[in-house]
Each structure stands twice: as C-alpha cells, then as structure tokens.
Design a protein around this ligand. Sequence first.
Ligand code: SF4
Length: 198
Amino acid sequence: MRGPRPPSASSRSSGRSSGTASASAPLLQELRALYAKIDGALEGWGCDASTDCCRFGVTGREPYPTAVEVAELDRAVRARGGLPKRRSLPLVSSHARGARRSRQADADDGEDERRCALLGDEGRCLVYASRPFGCRTFFCERARGPVGERADSGLPRETITEVARDIAALSARFAPADPGPRPISRVSREWQAQRSRG
Ligand code: SF4
C-alpha cells in the first residue's frame, strides 16, 4: 500500500459523534503531522507497487482506519469530487506477474479480488496523501528498506507502535463514542450507500 492509492461520508460514517468540519480541522492537522512522522521514519522503503496490498482478496487482509483517519479519507474524497465509478483494472499489471501467479490464480478462481474502492484505474491510490496508517506501514515480503532491509526484520517497529498509539489517542479525542478501527471495505460500502441514496 506504499505504492498505489473515497464518496463523501457523513459524520456518522466517520465515527464523529459531534462537531463540525471546521471544528475537526485541527485534529485532522494533527493526524497529518503523525502521518508525516511515520513517513519520515519509513523514508527509503519501497516496493514494486504491484497494488496487491490494495486487493484484499489477494492478500487476505485490509486496512482498518480509525475514526479520525476515516474523516481524513472523507475530506480527501470530497476534495477530489467523490468516489470514482467502478471500472476495470487488469488483475496483474507488473513484471512480478510470475511470482504472484499462484496467489492471483487463487483469487481469480475463488474469491473476488476485493479491490479497494480507492484504487484508481492507473493502479494508484486516489487519496495517496491521506491514505491510512495501515497503508503507510504495510510492507509485503518483496519490499526493501534503504539499504536492502527486509520488512520482517528491518522496519522501525518502535516508531510504528508509538505513532499507532498516538493516532488511537487522537481518534479517541475526535470521536469518543466510536474511535476505533473499522475495515476500510465497510467504510467504502457506507460511502457508496450514501451516494446511491443521493
Ligand atoms: S487506501 Fe486503498 S488504494 Fe489507497 S493505499 Fe490503502 S488499500 Fe491501497
């Protein structure tokens, strides 16, 4: 979710129990500062941008943004004019096709690839600057650090844990009644339902 990269959501779907957009702006600024902190700690890490990690049926996992992160996603989606219409995207688009054939075949043959609603037609996250913490810190086995470190041993775990804790605390201030993480697929389904209701 490092390489690649939402409808408008109401206060309900963002988990915000009270307050206005202007009231939440300082908290979203705090969130973006925390994102900058973790991005700095992960400077130099990269992957082949296969977008596998944005296809939840391929990886078997998905990001779980907190309420304040959902609000930041909502802000970014609104800024770009809403969620994109569903479109087709090649299941495999990179040179790593061979290495992923088995897992991809499983996804093709069985469950849906469960593509993230925020993954654009060009294989890029549509809200990259606002992507959740989970997308910023997930690295698969093919990722490498600045000097070739592997994700299973080279990631700055202490900083990742510290920032995760700070985001959880921030979300508790933002939405005391429901601050916790929720699957991004559920968030996007709620956004789509709101759009269809007009
Ligand atoms: S928000 Fe979705 S498209 Fe963007 S990086 Fe995360 S999983 Fe990928």
